[in-house]
Design a binder for this molecule. Sequence first.
Ligand code: PEP
Ligand code: MG
Length: 541
Amino acid sequence: MITLTGKKIAEGIAVGKLAFYSRGEREIRRICVEDTEKELLRFQKAREKADQELREICLMSEKELGEANAMIFEMQQMILADEEFVNGVTKIICGQRWNAEYAVQEAAESFVDLFSSRDTSYIRGHEADVRDVAFRLVRILARSRKDRRLMGEPFIMAARDLYPSEALQLDKSKVLGFVTMYGSINSHTAALARTRGIPSVIGIGDALKKDYDGKTVIIDGFDGKLYIEPDHSTMKRMLQKKKQNVRRAEVLERLKGKENVTQSGQKIDVCANIGAREDIESVLSNDANGIGLFRSEFLYMENGGKLPTEDQQFRVYRMAAEAMGMKRVVIRAADIGGDKQAECVRIPSEANPMMGYRGIRILLDKEEMFRTQLRAVLRASAFGNLAIMFPMITAVEEVTAAKKILEKVKEELRSEKIAFDHKIEIGVMIETPAAVMLSGELAREVDFFSIGTNDLTQYTLAMDRQNLRLSGYYNPHHPALIKMIRIVANNVHLEGKRIGICGDLAADVSLTEMFLKMGIDELSVAPSQILPLRKKIREIR
Ligand code: PEP
Ligand code: MG
């Protein structure tokens, strides 16, 4: 058994086979196969199919392009039948027990290396043809593969790192958990793993080797451990822990329907942070008081490089509004930039993206895009209790400019006789020291604040939230940060407005009592953290 340690980002125990995910190499994953005979048969069938395809191409090109061109494909048929190539693939499948796709790719590369230098070889100068043949085979194999993913057998994903959009797309019915070599606990990937309740450990480093592909592993998301080929006693201990977790969940289950109230009667709202419509189900099942943060930028990051249309967005926001009924849903206007790069909003490369073109700066600059989103939110506001929140605010002028655009969009809808909530609440994220210092002035402009402690920490401490080397210094309990939260709470309450916290700190139960004393009105956390937080609140005297 090998034990690897990383950073825990989402609790839970997951047991399964490890499968490496490599961006751009999705088709060719190396998988250890049990039944080599079956794998050989797959290769044989793929060869027959490839041969048939090449024969057809040959005939077609002879007819349309002449004999000389047709010979290219005759040559490819020869490669397909080449004894050396076929033996190379067979050896990798039978000797090393790797899957056919991987074997084809490896054998093709060795074939190129071996023959391209020989004067007498017919391969010389035809390396691209070898690769073309290999690609054809892999494509055919990929279709026939009874893959763990395609078959739906759940597995544990391993990767160098995961982008937030990839964490968002993980199919929870197939991916039991994930582990990565790199990544930071303060990243959006981590936030998504928590929101989606996927046991995960990140930042394991180079110790997470490709050789472990296909091996049975256990993720202990409570302790940040990955056990490769666990021994009997570890397996027993982990299954026991999993059971305990189920029992803990049962205790939490009993808190559903109960109020978030301390023993002395102080109430606080506990809401959910989400990033996609798929998260709404867990918001409901965890009995949230509302959605305190809908990270709408994920709609932009997951739209095949195109801006989401007004209708596309409207449907998602309406669904959230209807699902939550009277409970409030705060849609944060797209906070694109930093580590949330969306292909549809091209940002020229920046030396420091976290301090660059981001959030409200993009929204005010790309007014058309902003207006489309505002129209979608306003239209959806007719179907529930929606609020809109502006991200990355550093100046009062940004808020007045955003409000002006909102007013124009409202006017437009009025003239089109489209229903919307005329009194929709407006809020701002407090994520920068500038916003803290201006919180009194900002409070006069809006209905509520939500403190984004993740960004507020990084900008206050001048410490990149993603920089692994700084993780020892990155202190979300830093007295400067706590002082800032207190200042903001006082200022917003002086104006009679509401204040919530939606950064990771909101879920930190060691601070709950202090937040209650500050008079924080709402804590917004990943859905899986709602009930543990409720438990804590109800224990406070
Ligand atoms: C934050 O900064 O704390 C926050 C909630 O926003 P995000 O994590 O999406 O940047
Ligand atoms: Mg933020």
